[in-house]
Design a protein around this ligand. Structure first.
Ligand code: CIZ
Ligand code: SF4
Length: 357
């Protein structure tokens, strides 16, 4: 639906009044009505870095979800205030690993290592960018690294140089897909740790022998694509190229032609020849925008049902207008802050990612 012209005009006026004092970041999964006001767009990692690249901006308005705004707060200067236009914009995947659950898992692994007469240092945490600041800090405290969907292979290879076993949080699919497709692991090298069961629902032997312990988290958007979606689109468009994000389930990734991060998906479509057909397995706002940007290619969504990220979509034009107008009035609403201790250890894990070979 077209945006309300009155709200468009108010957002533009408020943004103009703030000038260089505000920097608006827009994630690729945001609505068009919001993205039109973004100074930069990107995936979660690119936006966190871009936020830090504009130190003169007093206010960083993060049109994305909560964990992304936390990362921006961690990486920006002390005088910059990060604002999330709707505090209910969380991430169901990030919420699947709470600090308490992860500490309990670590206690379980520590106790097992002690019983075996081995150190817990053999276990290296690797956490996906899509996690809370608490989980990033946990990762930094225990000598691990953060990863994104672009560098998960490098992060895992690095981790196996530091230790023998990896605890991968919170997206089981990114962990499994990377280990099997890029590191050549067998499915049996991986176990799934269920935080709602004692010992993760695993035996001591399973926990001890697994090369990779996958946290039982997933993305509710990417997790919806099925093998049937791939079969159906291939039947409908025989020469279609199926391109999916590695947050999709392993069976779907195995059936796809290309697999990669948000930035990879964007670049692949830019480089694709005119007249080619593509079915994309990622969030729908992005797929629609890509289809509009490439009218010379046939770009379809890999599912027949609608598949937005509902929490991303909570950031809409009315929330953006309210946020910007509040800032004009000198009132900072919905500020996201990470406490200094958490920020310090999170930064360690993020810096480790940046130092990956
Ligand atoms: O699924 C997501 O939320 C992704 C891929 C985010 C990001 O920007 O990395
Ligand atoms: Fe979280 Fe998935 Fe939404 Fe990304 S698309 S913010 S991982 S729920």
């Amino acid at each position: 639906a077209p945006s309300d012209p009155d709200l468009v005009q108010r957002a533009a006026a408020a943004k103009a009044a703030l000038g260089e004092r505000v920097f608006v970041l827009g994630h690729h999964y945001q609505r068009d009505e919001v993205v039109q006001f973004a100074d930069v767009t990107g995936d979660s990692f690119k936006l966190a870095r871009d936020a830090a690249a504009r130190p003169q901006a007093e206010y960083v308005v993060f049109c994305g979800v909560h964990f992304m705004a936390e990362s921006a707060d961690i990486l920006t200067g002390p005088d910059q205030q990060v604002v999330l236009p709707d505090l209910a914009a969380g991430c169901s995947m990030a919420d699947m690993a709470t600090a308490e659950q992860v500490e309990q898992c670590w206690d379980t692994l520590t106790a097992l290592a002690e019983r075996d007469g081995r150190g817990i240092e053999r276990v290296i945490p690797v956490s996906y960018m899509n996690s809370s600041a608490d989980i990033k800090a946990f990762t930094g405290r225990h000598g691990g690294t953060i990863c994104t969907s672009s560098n998960a292979e490098r992060a895992l290879r690095w981790a196996y140089e530091q230790g023998e076993q990896v605890l991968f949080l919170p997206d089981q699919h990114l962990g499994r897909n990377t280990a099997i497709r890029q590191l050549g692991f067998a499915p049996s090298d991986c176990v799934l740790y269920n935080p709602y069961k004692p010992n993760g629902g695993l035996t001591d032997a399973q926990l001890r022998e697994a090369k990779l312990i996958l946290w039982r988290g997933h993305c509710s958007v990417h997790g919806r694509f099925t093998e049937q979606c791939v079969d159906e689109v291939r039947e409908l468009i025989p020469d279609v190229n199926v391109l999916v994000h590695p947050e999709c389930r392993h069976e779907v990734v195995q059936k796809a032609d290309y697999v990669g991060s948000t930035e990879y998906i964007i670049k692949t479509l830019e480089a694709a020849a005119p007249g080619t057909a593509w079915a994309i397995g990622t969030e729908l706002n992005l797929v629609r925008r890509l289809a509009d940007a490439h009218p010379d290619k046939r770009i379809v969504f890999l599912d027949k049902s609608v598949c937005y990220c509902s929490t991303m979509n909570r950031i809409d034009l009315p929330h953006l207008v309210w946020t910007l107008e509040s800032l004009v009035a000198g009132k900072v609403v919905n500020r996201i802050t990470v406490d200094p201790e958490t920020a310090r250890y999170s930064r360690l894990a993020l810096e480790q990612m940046l130092a990956l070979p």
